[in-house]
Ligand binder design. Structure first.
Ligand code: MN
Ligand code: MN
Length: 319
């Protein structure tokens, strides 16, 4: 695999060269990038977290990492929107999947935190491909151990600050309440984007605000426009180190049908990508809730692959 012709620079070993090896061939890594084990070092690592035992409705996000990788084969080396070659100015590598226990959530959370801590060592940035949203909690624990409290930029239809489901504290609807309780997030600089749909109670919104999140609702993006939403988001984030958590259900089901708890009236992929391109100081990120059994024509997988590409591109700002 490492004998293949690659688009490389003096700084980085890049993807397999698509002018030499067809895109439907070659390694099944993200964007056909080199594996972490084939390199001496890396600046950004991409890791799959195939865990979905925390879901409340449709299961299947355990197959998300493989689906996003398959849908990333068409990504090209230069990002014209940002004027950067994200795989050329920094070393990006695919670390494979984190093995996590599908029968025991507490055990899986421990495994994910430990693996993420190892991947973050040496100042590396991490992009995790879920998996359901439960995985954000152990990832945030690992990030907090390196960076202290981070601004959590959370794209989601849902608040994910609920307390318990069936009495259980660790689920895909509760990671940000647990993260707030553990003081993993920066309470002055965290924000939800894309919130919409029915809630359990009006107090859900007050709870979320009390737990440290400003909420930018889809209805506000519709009313005030994207530029106003970007302005609110960036002023909230300030200059804090940022953890970006993208639940793919922030997109409308038209743009991301392959997910566990879809809600009508969501963002377009164009809006989401545009918001991501404004970011800086992103130290780690996740993309979660891609459930390929409900996807077709790779719609959701391609959206997730492009979200990943923009996140790696903005990480190059500090490369
Ligand atoms: Mn969601
Ligand atoms: Mn979520």
């Amino acid at each position: 695999m490492d004998e293949l012709p690659r688009v490389s620079t003096d700084k980085a070993v890049g993807p397999v060269d698509a002018t030499m090896v067809p895109r439907f061939a070659g390694p099944p890594t993200f964007a056909r990038l080199p594996t972490l084990s084939s390199l001496d070092s890396a600046d950004v690592v991409i890791a799959g977290v195939p865990f979905d035992s925390g879901v409340s409705y449709r299961p299947g996000a355990r197959f998300g990492p493989a689906h996003i990788r398959q849908s990333s084969r068409l990504l090209r080396p230069f990002n014209p929107a940002l004027g950067v070659a994200p795989f050329g100015v920094q070393q990006v590598a695919d670390a494979g999947d984190i093995a996590c226990n599908p029968f025991d959530i507490a055990s899986a959370i421990g495994q994910i935190e430990a693996a993420a801590s190892a991947l973050l060592a040496g100042g590396r940035r991490l992009l995790a491909l879920g998996g359901d949203h439960t995985v954000a909690l152990p990832l945030l624990r690992a990030v907090h151990a390196v960076h202290g409290p981070v601004a959590v930029l959370h794209f989601d239809a849902h608040l994910d600050t609920w307390d318990t489901y069936f009495g259980e504290p660790y689920t895909h609807g509760t990671p940000f309440r647990r993260a707030a309780e553990e003081s993993l997030l920066d309470f002055q600089h965290s924000v939800h984007v894309g919130i919409r749909g029915p809630l359990y109670d009006s107090s859900d919104l007050a709870d979320s605000a009390r737990l440290g999140f400003l909420a930018i609702h889809c209805a506000e993006i519709e009313r005030d426009g994207l530029a106003a939403a970007v302005s609110r988001m960036t002023s909230r984030l300030g200059s804090a180190p940022v953890y970006v958590s993208v639940d793919i259900d922030v997109l409308d089901p038209a743009f991301a049908p392959g997910t566990g708890t879809p809600e009508a009236g969501g963002m377009t992929s164009r809006e989401l990508l545009a918001m991501l391109r404004t970011l800086s100081n992103v130290v780690a990120a996740d993309i979660v809730e891609v459930a390929p059994a409900y996807d077709h024509a790779e719609i959701t997988g391609i959206a997730a692959a492009h979200v990943a590409y923009e996140l790696v591109s903005v990480m190059a700002r500090e490369a």
